[in-house]
Write a protein that binds this ligand. Structure first.
Ligand SMILES: Cc1cc2nc3c(=O)[nH]c(=O)nc-3n(C[C@H](O)[C@H](O)[C@H](O)COP(=O)(O)O)c2cc1C
Length: 254
């Protein structure tokens, strides 16, 4: 099995997103998968112009040919699973990730068909011509600074819809509110974070061996790292400390 993780954090290798993805992929590798991580922060990816040349003038070929898209597509050729990895940005995927996804339009078949739910969608291309991105199963990995799981609602809808439109399926959704706790945790938090990273590894292994994350592992992944009230208190104290030498009205109005 080949797994490609597309990291959409502007912090790239230094991101919390990568901390999560790294553990997930370590587990997958131990279970026998070949993995590749693409850091979009290190790539030059232009915006889709919506010119539709890739559908109607040069089918299957994008008019933009001088950025890093071709390199990424060759690196990820033949993947069975794509991990869409992103920090939560305004309750959604990062703009970097979205820019990348839009460039995949080149692989969609323009015609529309009605599926069994009565909705229209584009058919997949013929097997030989289809991109890995339209064939692969999907995993979402994301973290956010706010404290609750509800902040990932839009992201979850998005990945499910992406899979449905591309006639594939989501085989894992891993969301970490309280994400900043994962970096340089205080001594008392270290065992909790180590457990969580262990669960990410287990999830990666389960995706390879069972084709998805088991309900038991998912249940453990869906727990908050620390109670919401304590997180709120700690993060606000931290922000207050960061702002202690900054003169601005909001510092005292909070
Ligand atoms: C522009 C911007 C928008 C953000 N929007 C949200 C948000 O809607 N919900 C949330 O929980 N965190 C939000 N965050 C916080 C990030 O998700 C958080 O800092 C995360 O840990 C960054 O992950 P990374 O290190 O992988 O980039 C936002 C951060 C930025 C810079």
């Amino acid at each position: 099995m080949k797994i490609a993780a597309i990291n959409g954090s502007p912090k790239g290798r230094e991101s919390i997103t990568h901390l999560m993805v790294r553990s997930f992929l370590q587990g997958a590798e131990r279970a026998g998968a070949e993995t590749v991580t693409v850091f979009l922060a290190e790539k030059d990816i232009r915006h889709c112009r919506g010119c539709m040349a890739c559908w109607f003038k040069t089918p299957g070929k994008c008019i933009i040919d001088d950025d890093d898209m071709a390199e990424i597509l060759s690196q990820t050729e033949g993947v069975d699973v794509v991990v869409w990895a992103t920090p939560l940005k305004y309750a959604n995927v990062s703009s970097m990730l979205k820019v990348f996804v839009e460039r995949l339009l080149v692989f969609a078949n323009p015609f529309m068909l009605v599926d069994q739910t009565g909705e229209t969608r584009h058919p997949k291309k013929a097997p030989g011509a289809e991109s890995s991105f339209y064939r692969a199963k999907l995993v979402a990995i994301a973290n956010g600074g706010l404290g609750q799981r509800g902040h990932f609602q839009v992201l979850s809808h998005w990945i499910q819809r992406l899979a449905r439109n591309n006639l594939t399926e989501v085989i894992g959704e891993i969301y970490a509110p309280q994400g900043p706790l994962l970096v340089n945790p205080a001594a008392e938090l270290q065992p909790i974070i180590a457990d969580y990273l262990g669960l990410l590894e287990k999830s990666g292994a389960e995706v390879v061996t069972n084709g998805g994350i088991s309900p038991e592992t998912q249940k453990l992944l869906d727990r908050n790292l620390i109670p919401e009230g304590i997180y709120l208190q700690q993060i606000n104290s931290y922000f207050k400390m960061l702002l202690s030498s900054v003169k601005h009205p909001y510092v005292n109005s909070w």
